[in-house]
Write a protein that binds this ligand. Structure first.
Ligand code: MG
Length: 409
């Protein structure tokens, strides 16, 4: 494989997002004296309350199951590392890639996808429901809500007032129905491409793929660490097994943890080089010379035709053997119950959500925002406090009194 050459930080390609030509913030602000718009965006994300919550939110394994499993925070850091590394090689904007990567999961509920599915079902079950309720719950859209509306840190606006390019990258998927609702509020804004077609910036495309590369790799690690996957089982995954063999050829004595880590390391490197080479070729072939051109073309940041099926096979393996493992599914069922119970209870007794503060109507959305903002352990404690039963026994310390609202920002 051709080895991509390193680049000096800071030299941007013509198709990269240039902060000096940003489409701007929703509310205009004076430029920062020492930082570009995207550096400032990244810094705002790091200082947000939602970012700190990521440390206690489930990626695959519940937060209390072990200290070394990935959480949403460490996952986001790994996405940022991979993203920056690829961005530098392609001369894309590293600050923007880092910012999007760190913010991409801010809207995740407690308990990972189980929490999201439960909240979505709860909202959609409210019949006859407003269009807003029928729009349900999507974690990408919620990430945008966090940075646009829910963070309460600045005197002049709700949210973090991030630049368009950050918000575009954060909203990496969106249903057409929800994009149409966004379009009503912000015509031609971040929802437009899901209604009218088009692509986001290369930096946004890159974060999307870096997310996938990161979780495929770290879920192998966490899966083996948990004992739910074995190295022998992984031999059926060609992408992993090829690198395991390569590692053993170079280091015949390798076994156990070091063999696992070396195989994952080689697998990550191959995928990173593959993305860099493939993307560079596609950009050259299409003669891409500007960000406007990027937006009108299909996705440019992607795997080669040979890597795509290998990556898909790994993803299918993880779905079948890890995400749907009976032990994971057992927790998934319990997590759904916690979220559904809390949703029903707060709808009946909204005063339980606040510590004397106000919430914006409609109530169902305020309840969804409140629950989505919770960490795993806060949700478990709230469930114990309000429902009186322990769905995850011995998972958390007793609740401190007085309980501080999860909505406090
Ligand atoms: Mg992610």
């Amino acid at each position: 494989m051709k080895m991509p050459q390193p680049h000096v930080a800071g030299s941007l390609a013509p198709y990269a997002c240039d902060p000096a030509r940003s489409r701007g913030r929703r509310i205009e602000e004076p430029a920062a004296p020492t930082r570009t718009a995207f550096q400032r965006d990244r810094d705002r994300v790091i200082h947000s309350t939602a970012f700190r919550r990521l440390v206690y939110k489930t990626q695959v394994f519940l937060n209390h199951e072990g200290d070394l499993f990935r959480t949403r925070l460490t996952h986001s850091l790994e996405v940022a590392q991979l993203g920056r590394s690829i961005a530098r090689s392609l001369q894309l904007n590293e600050d923007l890639v880092e910012g999007i990567s760190l913010a991409h999961d801010l809207g995740h509920t407690p308990f990972g996808h189980a929490g999201q599915d439960a909240l979505n079902t709860c909202l959609k079950s409210l019949l006859p429901g407003t269009a807003e309720q029928r729009s349900g719950f999507e974690h990408n859209l919620q990430s945008l809500r966090v940075v646009d509306e829910l963070e309460e840190r600045y005197p002049g606006f709700d949210g973090l007032n991030l630049s368009f390019e950050m918000r575009e990258g954060i909203l990496k998927h969106c249903s057409r129905a929800n994009a149409q609702l966004l379009e009503l509020k912000e015509p031609g804004g971040v929802g437009a491409r899901f209604v009218h077609g088009g692509s986001p910036s290369l930096e946004a495309q890159l974060c999307n793929l870096a997310d996938e590369i990161a979780y495929n790799a770290h879920d192998i690690d966490d899966g083996v660490r948990s004992g739910l996957l074995s190295l022998e089982q992984l031999e059926e995954v060609p992408l992993f097994d090829g690198h395991r063999r390569e590692a053993l050829k170079k280091h015949p004595e390798l076994q156990g943890r070091r063999l696992l880590f070396e195989s994952i390391r080689l697998m990550l490197s191959e995928q990173v080089y593959d993305v860099i080479n493939t993307t560079r070729q596609r950009l050259e072939a299409a003669g891409v010379a500007s960000i406007d051109q990027v937006r009108s073309l299909p996705t440019m940041v992607c795997f080669s035709d040979s890597m795509k099926p290998e990556s898909s096979a790994l993803k299918s393996f993880l779905h079948k053997n890890l995400y749907r493992h009976p032990q994971v599914m057992h927790n998934t069922d319990r997590a759904r119950q916690v979220v559904a119970d809390l949703f029903g209870l707060y709808l009946q007794r909204p005063e339980e959500m606040t510590d004397g503060g106000l919430f914006k109507p409609p109530l169902a959305r305020a309840v969804a925002d409140h629950i989505a903002g919770m960490t795993d352990r806060f949700a478990i404690r709230e469930h114990e406090r309000l429902i009186g039963t322990s769905v995850f026994p011995h998972s958390v310390e007793p609740a401190p009194k007085p309980m501080q609202s999860a909505a406090a920002r």
